[in-house]
Design a binder for this molecule. Structure first.
Ligand SMILES: Nc1ncnc2c1ncn2[C@@H]1O[C@H](COP(=O)(O)OP(=O)(O)OP(=O)(O)O)[C@@H](O)[C@H]1O
Length: 251
């Protein structure tokens, strides 16, 4: 069972500037352990930038991050050991097969032999066991997502950080991934994920943060945030949607 007194992830006053662009603007989030936590927001809201900082992949302009109580700056190795990360753009050893990549990762992490059974299960559930000889370089976008998820889970981290995990994933695979993540949370893990799939967030996440312009617009239990509407409706209401003017050249 998770230590319920220590947040799984604590982001305090996080700011990330890129030149004159303020991608994340004094953002704070406290993510309790043992739950599905969703981060939603429009394109360019700062979701990926926030998750990139949480994973220790970029030093923020200012602010602090703690993973299961470990400060990412002062206790980096222990903080990162708590995390499994699935983000686009993370490089993979392209000339290896899925099993070889998992073996490589297990070796780097110094995992005991239990990784083999976990790897078999993950490859089977994610449907990657059907292409045992295919090299990563030959993988489709969705297959890359899946091997990244397997890599993220292989060492049984306390916290999984997933940036848009269902983008480019077919419905059957999405269903399998949803079941895997549910089991992971039931076993005490924490999933922090960004998504544009409101339906998924509403169905699975216990809490949600709606981010726009690098700030948290609203945060709380999903049913409080939705307040009787759907998450999709609340999203549009809070973020604001401009009416689309008629395109005369389509007439
Ligand atoms: N490396 C970078 N250099 C410059 N600007 C960046 C960089 N990364 C992100 N930005 C800018 O920061 C802002 C937030 O981007 P971010 O990718 O975090 O948004 P997002 O909420 O993940 O969006 P999406 O839903 O489209 O993936 C955007 O204005 C983006 O253009």
């Amino acid at each position: 069972m998770p230590d319920l007194s220590t947040p799984a992830v604590e982001v305090t006053d996080l700011t990330q500037r890129f030149g004159s662009v303020v991608a994340v603007d004094d953002l704070s989030l406290t993510i309790p352990p043992g739950m599905f936590y969703g981060i939603v927001g429009p394109n360019g809201a700062g979701k990926t930038t926030t998750l990139t900082a949480v994973c220790g992949l970029r030093e923020p302009t200012s602010g602090s991050i703690r993973i299961a109580g470990h400060d990412l700056r002062t206790d980096r190795e222990t903080a990162l050991a708590q995390l499994g990360v699935m983000m686009d753009g993370l490089s993979l050893p392209e000339r290896l097969t899925a099993t070889e990549v998992l073996r490589y990762s297990a070796g780097l992490r110094g995992l005991d032999d239990g990784w083999r059974a976990r790897a078999r299960d993950l490859l089977e559930i994610l449907g990657l066991d059907a292409v045992p000889r295919t090299l990563i370089v030959e993988y489709s976008t969705g297959m890359r997502k899946k091997i990244n998820l397997a890599l993220a889970m292989l060492h049984r981290p306390r916290v999984l950080v997933l940036d848009e995990p269902f983008e480019a994933i077919d419905p059957v695979s999405a269903h399998s991934i949803e079941q895997v993540l549910k089991q992971y949370v039931e076993a005490g893990g924490t999933v922090v994920m960004s998504s544009h799939i409101m339906d998924f967030v509403e169905r699975n996440c216990r809490r949600v943060a709606l981010v726009a312009g690098g700030r948290v617009l609203v945060e709380g239990p999903v049913d409080e945030v939705t307040a009787g509407s759907t998450l999709n409706e609340r999203f549009v209401e809070l973020v604001g949607a401009d009416p689309v003017r008629p395109l005369e050249w389509l007439a």
